[in-house]
Each structure stands twice: as structure tokens, then as C-alpha cells.
Design a protein around this ligand. Structure first.
Ligand SMILES: Nc1ncnc2c1ncn2[C@@H]1O[C@H](COP(=O)(O)OP(=O)(O)OP(=O)(O)O)[C@@H](O)[C@H]1O
Length: 243
């Protein structure tokens, strides 16, 4: 029997009035797996993350982390249970240093003492390529560095699964490549990854499986390169008409 998934969403329904985000949606993520999610603008990708983190409630369905039912638990409890998340728009404590931002996440999101949290912060800043900016005020970082800090703050809460929401958006191609390298390093630590991204080649370089969301349903799923070759995905996602 295959091992139980790390994250399991079953029979999920969510809508905002007439806008359907999820319709009897099932989604599972294995321990250590890298999953990419694409879909047209407004398909409900960020809302899906909100359902996982508890920022938004599901209308119907069940969410398990391991064998624990987290469907109705509050966001901070889900964070402590092992769900880490980056937001599309980084929002660090702008007046605090990079080190203080990550330390705060470690102390309050992972119940670390300040001493243990500081040691952990150094490791995370090394992993995320920010050790050289440890004493820089967060508000003065470049966009790439802010994205790195967004990941570092999530990692400081010791997630079992990391949700990245369009972390590569707005970066130059060179910066995207640098970020891919860091995300591969993060994956090597064994954390499961779910990455929503419009920059498809970044996903193709990083994830094991790709799903395409549209109209509240998963319309394609599987090997990332095969999914991108599918005629339906090309039509819906890239507007390519069949010849
Ligand atoms: N709190 C809310 N109340 C009402 N409607 C909402 C709410 N949050 C999101 N929506 C609507 O749900 C739809 C999906 O939004 P969402 O941000 O999840 O899409 P997305 O796939 O992440 O889009 P993008 O790729 O542009 O980031 C949109 O039509 C949005 O306006």
C-alpha cells in the first residue's frame, strides 16, 4: 500500500457567489513531493492556498495533514502543524533587519527560544542566499531579496510542506534562474513543495508533477512536460487553437 499522503484535500467545494473556485476537488501531495499548479488568471489558485492555510474556510470537504483533520483549525495552528506559505506580495516587517524578520518567524511560528531560533535563522539565511543581507533592513531589499526573505520566513516555521504563490513573478530571467537554484536546494532538505507559478519553465525545472486548474476543477495532471504538451492545456492556458 502506498504511504498516506502528507496533504489530502477531498471533495472540496468553494465559491464566492457565482465564482466557482473548487467543485468536488480532490488534491493530494506526498511527503517530499514537488507539485506545480498553473491555471488562467482568476482560476482560484491563491484561494486554494487560502483554503489549505485556513485564511479562507471551505464550503464543503475535508483537509488532512498527515492523519490530522485540519479542515476547521485556525491559520496559526496549521502553521504550527507544518504548513508554510509565501504570499504573492512579500510583506516583511520593513523596519526590522532580515535576521530579525526570520528570527521572529522562528520564535512565534515554531515556538523556538531566542537562542535556538537565532541558530536556526543563520542556517535558513544560508539556505535562502540571504546571509550577506542578515543585517540589512528588510524595507531596503531588492525584489529578489524580498522574495528570498518571504521563503526564509516560511522556512523558519519548520514546515513539512511549503506553499509558494507566484514567487518568481516580476523577476528578470537571471533572477528566476537564481531562485530556481534556491528552491532546488530547499527541496533537497526533504520538504514537500506546492508552487503556483505563471513562469512555466521555472516549474518544469523544479517540480515532479503539474496540475492545471480551471473552472474549479483539475483539468490536467501528471508529468509536467506531458501536461504542457496536452492540446487542452495549450488551448485553455496559452490560448493556442488546434490546427
Ligand atoms: N475574498 C474574496 N471574496 C470574493 N471573491 C474573491 C475573494 N478572493 C478571491 N476572489 C475571487 O475569486 C477568483 C479567484 O481568485 P484567485 O486570486 O484565487 O485566483 P488566481 O488563480 O490566484 O489568480 P491569479 O493567477 O491572477 O493570481 C477571482 O475572481 C477573485 O476575484
Amino acid at each position: 500500500m502506498p504511504p498516506a499522503p502528507l496533504l489530502s484535500m477531498t471533495g472540496i467545494n468553494k465559491s464566492f457567489g457565482a465564482v466557482v473556485i473548487a467543485e468536488d476537488l480532490d488534491l493530494q501531495v506526498a511527503d517530499g513531493e514537488g507539485l506545480g499548479i498553473i491555471g488562467p488568471n482568476g482560476a482560484g489558485k491563491s484561494t486554494l492556498f487560502n483554503l489549505i492555510t485556513g485564511d479562507q474556510p471551505v464550503n464543503k470537504g475535508k483537509i488532512l495533514l498527515g492523519d490530522v483533520d485540519i479542515t476547521r483549525t485556525r491559520p496559526h495552528a496549521r502553521c504550527c502543524a507544518g504548513i508554510g506559505r509565501s504570499y504573492q506580495i512579500p510583506n516583511p516587517f520593513g523596519q526590522m533587519s532580515v535576521f530579525e524578520n526570520v528570527l521572529t518567524a522562528s520564535v512565534f511560528g515554531d515556538a523556538q527560544s531566542e537562542k535556538a531560533g537565532a541558530a536556526k535563522t543563520v542556517k535558513i539565511l544560508e539556505l535562502t542566499g540571504l546571509i550577506g543581507q542578515a543585517n540589512t533592513t528588510a524595507g531596503k531589499l531588492t525584489l529578489l531579496q524580498r522574495k528570498r526573505l518571504e521563503m526564509a520566513r516560511s522556512l523558519a516555521t519548520s514546515p513539512r510542506i511549503l506553499l509558494l504563490d507566484e514567487i518568481a513573478g516580476g523577476l528578470t530571467e537571471g533572477e528566476v534562474q537564481a531562485l530556481i537554484g534556491t528552491i532546488k536546494d530547499i527541496r533537497r532538505t526533504g520538504i514537500a513543495l506546492v508552487w503556483i507559478e505563471h513562469i512555466v519553465h521555472a516549474l518544469l525545472a523544479t517540480v515532479d508533477r503539474l496540475i492545471v486548474l480551471n473552472g474549479g476543477r483539475i483539468i490536467a495532471e501528471g508529468d509536467p512536460h506531458e501536461v504542457m504538451r496536452s492540446a487542452e492545456v495549450q488551448r485553455i492556458y496559452m490560448g493556442v487553437e488546434p490546427t
